[in-house]
Design a binder for this molecule. Structure first.
Ligand code: HEC
Length: 146
């Protein structure tokens, strides 16, 4: 029993490294899934507002869907999601107040868009444009350039 203990500890230590790294990657992957959902609704809505597709009856669904997703952006950047396959910049955690400002600007724009959801597609042009600016503002400062 005594002889075995170091082996058990060694095995536990080895196991912890990949598990911790995997936990970070799970958070990163989840974050990107949420971002992809936001991106999907935004891209679809822009296509409707521009008149590239005729599905005006879908506009309100996309416009409303972004607001609850925008709330998730407030918690999908925990400090243990920094390391791994990610395009998130360290500035997110190094300048938390500035990052929080970008989150709030985005959430405010998403709430305004949801409020305008029942209007005609042309009424959505301004709130969609404000929203897109909020995306770009955060990506410019806090996401790695392609
Ligand atoms: C508060 C900051 C912030 C806001 C606001 C924000 N994003 Fe992001 N977004 C990021 C960061 C940081 C990443 C990179 C995440 C990672 O790789 O871990 C990202 C990733 C993405 C991705 C995934 C791209 C990829 O590499 O797979 C898409 C799509 C996306 N964002 C779209 C949007 C859209 C559309 C909006 C606005 C409607 C938006 N984002 C608003 C910070 C933001």
């Amino acid at each position: 029993m005594v002889f075995r203990l170091p082996h058990v500890l060694a095995a536990a230590t080895l196991a912890l490294v990949p598990v911790a790294a995997q936990a970070d990657q799970n958070l990163i992957d989840y974050r990107n899934s949420v971002m992809e959902s936001i991106g999907g609704h935004t891209t679809a809505l822009v296509a409707i507002v521009k008149g590239n597709v005729p599905f005006t009856e879908d506009a309100a669904v996309h416009a409303r869907a972004i607001e609850p997703l925008s709330k998730m952006v407030g918690h999908i950047f925990p400090s243990d999601s920094r390391t791994g396959k990610t395009e998130a910049l360290p500035a997110i955690w190094e300048q938390p107040e500035k990052f929080q400002q970008a989150v709030t600007t985005f959430q405010t724009a998403a709430a305004a868009l949801a409020k305008a959801a029942d209007g005609q597609p042309r009424d959505l042009a301004a709130p969609v444009s404000d929203l897109a600016k909020a995306c770009k503002g955060c990506h410019d400062d806090f996401r790695k350039k392609d």
